[in-house]
Design a protein. Structure first.
Length: 202
């Protein structure tokens, strides 16, 4: 196979790529959204929510979260009790429900592409909000603990996690455009069929 044929083959992968992108979004949304029902996941998002000017009001005591962090896999009863009082888990249940709902909207694309387009748009907005955590959450950057590499542009594990939402944002736009095109084709086809039926009746 020569180079030109390889590129021709690659050029025909756009439909497969869009399908894989949509499936990937669905898997991530359903999986991550479902995990919000578990307390270790709810504990993990506390720094993002507590520092967000648009979300911190969901918590009862967002200012004191640093004293009650739970390492993944660890069970600290005192911290869990604080998170209960802080409404950490109630917020996570609600957020997880919303994320799963977005995933289900994307699942409806083959039958209701207009719904899939709306779902993709909502995922785009969600990703934009998530990326704003890079500005509002100090834990997104390596702290100044003695090493020369700290602060911007040195992303911590939390910052690297948030930064990947730039990919999800782009994926959401791709699937939104694809769903919108499918809906337009469906509408045009429906209108054409109606006109043909009207002519035949005459």
């Amino acid at each position: 196979m020569d180079m030109l044929k390889m590129f021709e083959l690659a050029s025909r992968m756009d439909k497969v790529g869009v399908t894989l992108t949509r499936v990937g979004l669905i898997v991530v949304l359903l999986w991550i959204g479902g995990l919000k029902a578990f307390r270790y996941e709810a504990d993990g998002i506390v720094p993002f929510v507590a520092n967000s000017p648009t979300m911190s009001f969901f918590y009862a005591d967002p200012g004191n979260y640093k004293a009650h962090k739970n390492p993944e896999g660890a069970l600290v009863p005192e911290n869990r009790a604080w998170h209960e009082a802080n409404r950490t888990y109630e917020f996570a249940y609600g957020l997880g429900t919303v994320i799963v709902l977005y995933g289900l909207l994307l699942c409806l694309n083959p039958w209701l592409p207009q719904v899939g387009a709306v779902g993709s748009f909502l995922v785009f907005v969600m990703s934009f909000v998530t990326l704003s955590f890079l500005i509002t959450t100090p834990e997104c950057w390596v702290p100044a603990l003695g090493d020369a590499q700290h602060g911007f542009p040195y992303l911590s594990w939390a910052g690297r996690l948030v930064g990947k939402d730039a990919i999800m944002m782009g994926a959401a736009l791709v699937t939104m455009a694809d769903s919108a095109k499918a809906y337009i084709r469906k509408r045009v086809s429906s209108v054409s069929q109606s006109k043909v039926a009207a002519k035949e009746e005459r």
